[in-house]
Design a binder for this molecule. Structure first.
Ligand SMILES: [Zn+2]
Ligand SMILES: [Zn+2]
Length: 339
């Protein structure tokens, strides 16, 4: 069984390992088909980590995967061999203070596949097969490539929930990468009247329009492109400090800005924020939104397919990561696991 392992910055290896045992009681074996490359995978690949999170041992990358059920362990009900599932990479402890408060995405003892936040690292899912607790295998009635978008879409559904009601709202999304684009879908579902997306490159903005953005602004070509606009809610998905400051300038008083992108540091204009009561909130990962994403994709309530620009076989993993790092060339790059 092959897996895609990061040993450090720009050191990605396709490695052969033993087929996992099992499945044991309460577990399922999943033959993985598709894995989407996410921003965090790119940070491990390009820089060996992000912020204080560094690779300290080899780690299988990947947390956006889907496949088919290969075998059921004893006592597993509600799943069948051959069924398409998305694997939920999030395993909160269920016992810490945040879990008990219903904020499991903020679990202080989280096990998240393909994350170097804890040590030993929690290995990722860019591999040909995996055995997981049955609850992590979430059925999706869609092709595996769309099913593999459940994870990033769940991130965006959570961000939309953090914004509060978007019914009839004027929404700004800064950063038109995969997360920005899936946030467009989430905001549409939540009833936003207007969704304006900004970026510094044209190709991602074309995808945002295909997914339902009502307008797009290339802020590199038109730095004043947002002048005169006012927004009820904003999603900062670029992780760029200047984009955050630009968004603050066009928020209405009392509006809410949701930080989704992980970025650098900026100086905030406190004297403007206090009298305008603009709220700035973070949004991190997801909880119940994973099942919601699977349901919405299964029902065809959203069509995220324009987001997938490339699918490469596993043996071309390095090329896939280089391609995914080039924002002008690619949006969501997926790897055909097992191919
Ligand atoms: Zn992701
Ligand atoms: Zn917990």
């Amino acid at each position: 069984m092959y897996s895609i392992v990061a040993h450090g910055a720009r050191d990605l290896r396709l490695e052969e390992g033993a087929i996992p045992d099992g499945p044991g009681p309460g577990e399922v074996a999943v033959a993985l088909r598709i894995g989407g490359i996410c921003g965090s995978d790119l940070h491990y690949f390009n820089h060996g980590g992000f912020g204080t999170v560094r690779l300290r041992e080899p780690m299988v990358l990947g947390h956006e995967v889907a496949g088919t059920i290969a075998a059921l362990g004893e006592g597993v009900a509600g799943l069948a061999p051959g069924q398409t599932v998305a694997v939920n990479p999030s395993r909160p402890c269920g016992a810490c203070a945040n879990c008990r408060r219903g904020r499991a995405n903020l679990c202080t003892d989280m096990r998240f596949n393909g994350s170097a936040m804890r040590f030993p690292h929690v290995q990722g899912l860019f591999r040909e097969s995996v055995v997981v607790p049955a609850a992590q295998a979430v059925p999706v009635e869609a092709s595996p490539d769309l099913a593999a978008l459940c994870e990033p879409f769940a991130v965006c559904l959570h961000a939309a929930a953090r914004a509060g009601s978007l019914l009839g709202a004027r929404v700004l999304v800064s950063g038109s990468g995969p997360i920005g684009c899936l946030t467009v879908l989430a905001a549409r579902l939540a009833g936003a009247a207007e969704i304006v997306v900004t970026d510094i490159a044209e190709p991602p903005l074309a995808v945002a329009r295909a997914l339902g953005a009502t307008a797009t602004v290339n802020v590199a070509a038109s730095p004043d492109g947002l002048d005169g606009r006012v927004f009820d809610a904003a999603f900062e998905c670029s992780g760029n400090g200047q984009a955050l400051l630009a968004a603050l300038k066009v928020m209405r008083a009392g509006g809410r800005l949701v930080l989704v992108g992980l970025g650098g540091e900026v100086t905030l204009p406190i004297a403007g924020l206090v009298p305008s009561e603009i709220e700035i909130v973070g949004s991190f990962r997801f909880d119940g939104e994973f099942a919601m994403a699977a349901d919405l994709i299964s029902r065809g309530r959203v069509d995220p397919s324009p987001l997938i620009t490339h699918t490469l076989p596993m043996r071309r993993a390095e090329e896939a990561f280089v391609l995914a790092s080039d924002r002008a060339a690619a949006m969501k790059v997926q790897i055909a696991l097992g191919a």
